[in-house]
Design a binder for this molecule. Structure first.
Ligand code: T1G
Length: 696
């Protein structure tokens, strides 16, 4: 065996030159890896005893892509294009031997090899779109030549990770290898290729599938139409479509030129910077600064849920989905039955959409039981309270639970804003109390705010974070403050949106600006969807707020065909002149003279106070990192991932500008715009949120 460089070895095995990469954690195409491949190929070509070449990786996976940590840094080592050239132009057949994930540049390296073999558990894909890019090393030109333009369009714009069996069926790989003998199978394939004197397969020269699509622009028109909603606001998907169009209509090298041009545009754009930021932020959020590395993980084999309402039922499903039995306790049999029925109905609906095997419904339903007795939770490892948002009710339940739950059980509240420390004080074991704030619908929304109380133990925190990952959530650890992180910041945007409409910006103007910014829906359309009467009481209504007046007029949202908007029978929303009149009356009563409010002011008035609140959250230690706040808002509130989250966005806009505008708003509209101390400090010292170190 010859050491080519620190991360690469070369060994001649039975007349085949085997290049092995070993660059943890994912064999990303760092300069060393690129140099290693390049050197390994030169070595194999010079090795008279090597008739063919195999490229494989040690560790968890084949090459998982370009090294994202190198982006933006001065280039070093052999370029990827040159690495690919020596592989594709090799006079000896090159076999890529794939395990783990061959992704992005990794798959693009495999695509310039002449054949590809993979183990059954391998996955292959070009997921660059997830970081706001497109496959920039020939993937947009070679993949359509292998699997056809339509499939290539789907896989590249969705960032699909294709299972090995599907890759084999589509022609993306040429053979499957035994899970425990990838190298042996790859060497055997190499020897077979040599023995059969097969001509070297260069995908760049295989044009049948792209030529078959030539003169059919409808393929692309249909694809664009079908995905318009999903791609809204994103730059990368459209550029991927243009590259595939080029693969169909232009010679290979022309297509490659366009790919390069569009890749560079994306690489230098704000969207990819934001999505790369999110890529790392979503991974860092799992690391809890200062948590004892040896914090014991409590095995969670059974879960109790108190409350079978919408939240309780949704929460229970998360655990049933991963095979953890759940016992639900309610106070009324009818409520319990309703909750269990909700769970079954949700599974049946998912199965109807083809996203769940029918037999899985019974498997999961067999894991859930229910009763009216809290005592039945005495053996649960974790109990989650999901009852009415009332402190007295919660304290009473935790007091009783404290007497029932077994020693070491984790006692969690799903409270969305109440003081967890107060809830913990109702027990004799505050170290075992934590907040697990699920977002509705709890069986769908990815975000989970894990709320650490003053006395919550490291073991309970570590266990909760690990359990969150197991049930497929994106967990962020937050501190105890009103609204924690997500809702606390939401309050800033809601306050401004509700104020702006009296100043002259109608609800549909505010919604349009926030929708165009990238939110799935504006706050007023969202209110109509959720119902304006949440928490409204007809008997006690006094007509003192716009919302009360609308509810009194039975304009309670989509469900009544009218709310802030008028709705037709298809629930298409239209601005309401009636509502406009009511708003103007309110403005008059408030002594506000409506004026022209620009889109820019609407956006800045809604977004900058969110950034400012994030700064206060960091000052108070209610989040460990600015990027954790971004993870909360992207996963819990639809902040467009291509804008990176409120804190990343603040850094991109420039904190000096945010501070200046906050000061102007404070002077004009009042102390709710008072800049956070941290914002002032960062601007004074020329720093950004991304310069802050995680808080312990
Ligand atoms: N570059 C650098 N580091 C990476 C990385 C990458 N491509 N992928 C993962 N890591 C780090 C990650 O930050 C983490 O670090 C550790 O590896 C484990 O990752 C030219 C330009 C491969 C499926 O988009 O999808 O190629 O936190 O926690 O759950 O066209 O990582 O341990 O310090 O996610 O087992 C295209 C991205 C790049 C693949 C493994 N490739 N990675 O998942 O572990 S652009 C991708 C993943 C490109 C070309 C273009 C996943 C994974 P740390 P992890 P995992």
């Amino acid at each position: 065996m010859v050491q080519i460089n620190d991360v690469t070895t070369y060994t001649n095995i039975d007349g085949v030159g085997v290049i092995v990469l070993n660059s943890p954690p994912v064999n990303a195409l760092s300069a060393a890896v690129r140099d290693g491949i390049h050197g390994g190929v030169q070595k194999a070509l010079a090795d008279a005893d090597a008739q063919a070449i195999v490229l494989r990786c040690d560790g968890n996976t084949f090459i998982a892509g370009a090294d994202i940590t190198e982006f933006g840094k001065p280039p070093a080592g052999v370029g990827l294009g040159e690495v690919q050239r020596v592989l594709e132009e090799s006079t000896k057949p090159v076999i890529a031997a794939i395990h783990g994930t061959a992704l992005g540049g990794g798959l693009e390296v495999a695509l310039v090899c002449h054949w590809r073999i993979a183990v059954p558990t391998a996955r292959l894909g070009l997921p660059e779109v997830n970081i706001g890019l497109l496959p920039g090393a020939g993937g947009t030109q070679r993949l359509p030549r292998v699997v056809g333009p339509e499939v290539a369009l789907e896989w590249m714009t969705a960032g699909t990770q294709v299972k090995a069996a599907d890759a084999l069926e589509s022609g993306l790989i040429d053979a499957l290898a035994p899970e425990d003998d990838l190298q042996g199978a790859a060497v055997a394939l190499a020897k077979r290729v040599v023995a059969e004197q097969r001509p070297l397969r260069k995908l760049r020269d295989e044009n049948a599938k792209v030529e078959a699509a030539r003169g059919k622009p409808e393929i692309f028109a249909a694809f664009r139409k079908a995905n318009a909603k999903k791609f809204r606001g994103f730059a990368a998907p459209e550029k991927i479509v243009q590259c595939v169009e080029a693969a169909v209509n232009l010679p290979f090298d022309e297509g490659l030129k366009l790919e390069r041009k569009l890749f560079v545009e994306l690489m230098h754009g704000d969207q990819s910077a934001a999505q790369r930021h999110y890529f790392f932020a979503s991974r860092q959020a799992w690391q809890v600064p200062g948590l004892k590395k040896d914090a014991a993980i409590v095995p969670v084999q059974t879960v109790g849920v108190i409350g079978a309402g919408t939240m309780g039922a949704g929460i229970a499903m998360n655990f049933l989905n991963v095979g953890i039995p759940v016992h639900i306790v309610e106070t009324q049999q009818a409520a319990l039955d309703r909750g269990l029925k909700t769970i079954r109905t949700n599974y049946e609906n998912t199965a109807k959409k083809g996203k769940l095997k029918v037999e899985a419904i019974e498997e999961r339903m067999a894991l859930v039981t229910g009763s009216l007795d809290l005592q039945d939770l005495s053996d649960c490892d974790l109990v989650i309270e999901a009852v009415f948002e009332n402190m007295e009710v919660k304290k009473d339940i935790f007091g009783r639970l404290d007497r029932v739950a077994k020693a070491g059980a984790i006692l969690a509240s799903n409270t969305s804003a109440l003081d967890l420390n107060q809830i913990a004080s109702a027990t004799s074991r505050p170290e075992s109390v934590i907040g697990l704030h699920f977002f509705s619908p709890a069986n769908v929304m990815k975000l989970l705010e894990v709320v650490r109380g003053d006395k919550t133990s490291d073991s309970v925190i570590a266990t909760s974070m690990q359990l969150a990952r197991k049930i497929g959530k994106v967990a962020v650890l937050v501190g105890v403050c009103p609204g924690f992180v997500g809702n606390r910041i939401l309050g800033q945007r809601q306050r401004e949106a509700n104020q702006l409409i009296f100043e002259g910006a109608m609800p549909w103007a505010v919604d349009r600006v926030l929708y165009d910014f990238g939110f799935p829906m504006g706050p007023f359309a969202m209110s109509d969807l959720a119902g304006l009467d949440l928490g409204w009481n007809k008997e006690k209504s006094t007509g003192s707020t716009l919302r009360e007046v609308l509810c009194e007029m039975d304009r309670r949202g989509q469900k009544t065909g009218a709310g802030f908007y008028d709705y037709d029978e298809k629930r298409t929303a239209r601005p309401s002149t009636l509502v406009e009149g009511v708003i103007k009356q309110f403005a008059e009563k408030k002594g506000i003279t409506p004026r022209e409010v620009s889109d820019d002011e609407i956006l800045e008035r809604c977004i900058y106070p969110m950034i400012n609140e994030g700064a206060k959250i960091l000052e108070e230690g209610m989040a460990s990192r600015a990027s954790d706040i971004d993870v909360v808002w992207i996963n819990g509130y639809g902040w467009p991932v291509y804008r990176g989250g409120p804190m990343h966005y603040g850094d991109r806009v420039g904190l000096p500008k945010v501070l200046t505008r906050m000061r102007e708003f404070e002077a004009k509209y009042g102390p709710q715009f008072k800049p956070a101390k941290l914002l002032e400090e960062l601007v004074a010292t020329g720093r950004r949120f991304s310069d802050l170190k995680p808080a312990h």
